[in-house]
Ligand binder design. Structure first.
Ligand SMILES: CC/C=C\C/C=C\C/C=C\C=C\CC(=O)SCCNC(=O)CCNC(=O)[C@H](O)C(C)(C)COP(=O)(O)OP(=O)(O)OC[C@H]1O[C@@H](n2cnc3c(N)ncnc32)[C@H](O)[C@@H]1OP(=O)(O)O
Length: 316
């Protein structure tokens, strides 16, 4: 139980270091992941007689866990555009942590409760006209969500049922597999430069892990948004499917991934992602300071204001 409390209160990285006796975040990720799925003493806390259990207490996020299949469905539900506010980011990190701690959970399907928008990315209003302390808190929450999702040992599948700019694209890229509705009106990509802001190194590295260096360099500099077909072409999305089948296709894909023994897949995933995760863990505080300084600049605030005004103009 002590280990369980450490897990919930200090996050997966810290608890895993305790569980494995590893002194530093950088030296224990592989060992940690290989043992993370066996915290049997913590099992009692999440065991339930019902087959489907509702996890999240937030109205902005629903998480339903099916104990029989081991698959959780995480639905973003923050109208109108599922923007990632401080509150939603915090709920996401907590929800992902709970799933990670649940020994019967093996996979998560992430999707949107609202058709047409997967997520509009970070809530721009959280980055405008606020005190520096708020920017620091907000950015820590962005980091935390990324660490939990990118660092998840579970199979993660993004069922992208709408547009997914910037932070929305980041969440999808953190997943192990991406299916997108084949509606040409939808788009996905890291468009930060179009807002006059710069995607930090861990956004870049996440994208490089998915599409490689050249496509990332072009996509980031130009702030490219891709149609679903283009996204498949550059490897940003694994495949498109008819809009009405996105969720069922995600379930079928999940079943394929769950045929692989967890320990072998988890250690492999860890090997692929460890360097990128360690890079952020080693620079967390300086990354927060960089963000807070950058976003507080008058020129950046003006850029964001102009971007939001343009967004509010009636669409042609
Ligand atoms: C040196 C470097 C150091 C450190 C790093 C520094 C900086 C890094 C910083 C930040 C990284 C940020 C990543 C992000 O995620 S930024 C967010 C980018 N997101 C976008 O650009 C999306 C913008 N939105 C859209 O494109 C569209 O809204 C849409 C396609 C998602 C949906 O289109 P719709 O036509 O269906 O809806 P709209 O009418 O456009 O919007 C409805 C409503 O929602 C508001 N809104 C939209 N997106 C956001 C958002 N991201 N945040 C807050 N609010 C948003 C929009 O203004 C409308 O509001 P009103 O109803 O008009 O009030």
């Amino acid at each position: 139980m002590a280990a369980l409390l450490l897990r919930t209160s200090r996050g997966l990285g810290a608890c895993l270091r305790v569980a494995t006796g590893c002194p530093s975040p950088s030296s224990c990720v592989v060992a940690a992941w290989s043992s993370a799925r066996w915290p049997r003493e913590g099992a009692v806390a999440w065991r339930t007689h019902a087959q489907v259990r509702h996890y999240s207490s937030s109205d902005k996020l629903s998480i339903d866990m099916d104990d029989k299949t081991g698959v959780a469905v995480l639905k973003l539900s923050n109208p109108p555009v599922n923007s990632l506010s401080l509150e939603l980011l915090t709920e996401l990190a907590i929800g992902l942590d709970k799933l990670e701690m649940n020994p019967s959970c093996r996979g998560v399907i992430m999707t949107s409760a609202h058709p047409h928008i997967f997520s509009a990315g970070l809530d721009v209003s959280e980055m405008m006209g606020k005190p520096t302390e708020h920017y620091r808190e907000f950015w820590r929450a962005v980091q935390e969500m990324w660490l939990k999702l990118y660092g998840s040992s579970l199979v993660t599948i993004a069922a992208i049922n709408g547009s997914s700019p910037a932070g929305g694209c980041l969440m999808a890229m953190c997943c192990d597999y991406r299916l997108m509705a084949d509606n040409p009106k939808y788009s996905i990509g890291l468009n930060e430069t179009k807002l006059g802001i710069v995607a930090p190194f861990w956004f870049r590295d996440t994208m490089m892990g998915v599409v490689g260096t050249r496509v990332t360099e072009r996509s980031l500099q130009l702030g490219l948004m891709y149609s679903p077909a283009e996204a498949v072409h550059v490897g940003l999305v694994d495949r498109t499917v008819p809009e009405e089948t996105v969720f069922e296709e995600a379930r079928t894909e999940m079943a394929r991934w769950l045929k692989i023994p967890d320990h072998a897949r988890q250690i492999t995933k860890s090997m692929m992602r460890k360097t990128t995760i360690d890079h952020l863990l080693a620079q967390r505080d300086s990354d927060i300071s960089n963000f807070a300084n950058f976003i507080s600049k008058d020129s950046i605030q003006k850029s964001l204001t102009a971007y939001m005004q343009a967004l509010r103009q009636p669409k042609k």
